[in-house]
Design a protein around this ligand. Structure first.
Ligand code: ADP
Length: 310
């Protein structure tokens, strides 16, 4: 099965005519509370598609915490590895203005208290999983510790470098199979200190090649790489292989929130099923595309019958 280790947040969303300036107050619409967080989003995306998936993370002892755990359970995610920390759950305070532009403040809350010491209790689950999927909304030391344990256990690791950047230790970087980045995160990941090349001038495929050759440290090379390109789909490189471009199905984009999480959750699940990287990407672009056709993150995640065809 698939194990997702990461963040779970309550997204608090208010529509406003325009964002307040510092010191200013604006009146907005009614508050909407949605389940979110990159880790929980990935787990829900996989579960909707029929995956056997467990989520490991931390919620707070507040009302959001029980709401978030109930939501995951209702979607069929195994929540037996979710712990409760005294204090607040993770929250994203989101205002959306009349032009659809977001301003977001994230309070990690309980996610920030998922320390590296939590990894030991996860050891049996890390060993039992076919794939462990991680993102960066929990402490980086925890991500590193879990990845190293997966490495020792021979469990495949998917790392979504989001939110970036993270110049991970070389041994951690080398465990990524694949490293998943969007175009923005790829810019950071491909940057070489002291290297004068204007990264933004590189075509995505060249940026992908550069990341695979090793970037911020000698030998800091992921085992494989997936670079997502929004409406243009994704590029993947497996080991020493040539880059392959996978187009996304053409859909009408309504709201791209959480598309990357849907993509990565679907990808990690298909890899856990034994798909090749290329086949898993061909499936994941369809999940990502479906996720942009409706408002919000989790509400837009598809069941298999709602996956657009490539
Ligand atoms: P992020 O959400 O992290 O910014 P992307 O924008 O690259 O990442 O989107 C991730 C995936 O979602 C893409 O690889 C693609 O499969 C799908 N996707 C995103 N935007 C669109 C779109 N406008 N049309 C079709 N698919 C899309």
């Amino acid at each position: 099965g698939l194990l997702v280790v990461g963040s779970v947040n309550a997204d608090l969303v208010v529509r406003v005519p325009r964002h307040p300036r510092p010191g200013e107050t604006v009146l907005g619409g009614d508050l909407a509370v949605h389940p979110g967080g990159k880790g929980a989003n990935q787990a829900v995306a996989a579960a909707r598609l029929g995956a056997q998936v467990a989520f490991a993370g931390r919620v707070g002892s507040d009302a959001h915490g029980s709401m978030l755990v109930d939501g995951l359970r209702r979607d069929g995610v195994d929540v037996s590895l979710v712990g409760t920390e005294p204090g607040p759950s993770g929250v994203a305070l989101i205002t959306v203005d009349g032009r659809g532009e977001n301003a977001i403040t994230v309070s990690p809350g309980a996610n920030g208290r998922l320390g590296p010491d939590a990894a030991e209790a996860l050891e049996p689950a890390l060993r039992a999983a076919a794939v462990v999927s991680l993102q960066l909304e929990i402490p980086h030391e925890t991500v590193a510790e879990i990845m190293r344990r997966c490495g020792r256990a021979g469990t495949r690791v998917v790392l979504n470098l989001s939110p970036g950047p993270w110049a991970a230790p070389t041994d951690v970087w080398r465990l990524c199979d694949p490293l998943v980045v969007n175009e923005h995160e790829a810019l950071d990941a491909a940057a070489r200190p002291g290297d004068g090349t204007a990264e933004s001038a590189l075509a995505p495929v060249d940026r992908a090649r550069r990341i695979m050759r090793g970037t911020h440290a000698v030998d800091a090379r992921p085992r494989s790489l997936v670079l997502t390109l929004g409406a243009a789909g994704a590029i993947c490189i497996d080991g020493d292989g040539e880059p392959a471009h996978v187009p996304a199905p053409a859909v009408e984009a309504v709201d791209t929130t959480g598309a990357g999480d849907a993509f990565t959750g679907a990808l990690a699940w298909r890899l856990a099923c034994g798909d090749s990287l290329l086949d898993a990407v061909r499936y994941a672009v369809r999940a990502g595309a479906a996720a942009v056709t409706a408002e919000g993150a989790q509400p837009s995640y598809p069941t298999p019958d709602r996956l657009p065809l490539l």
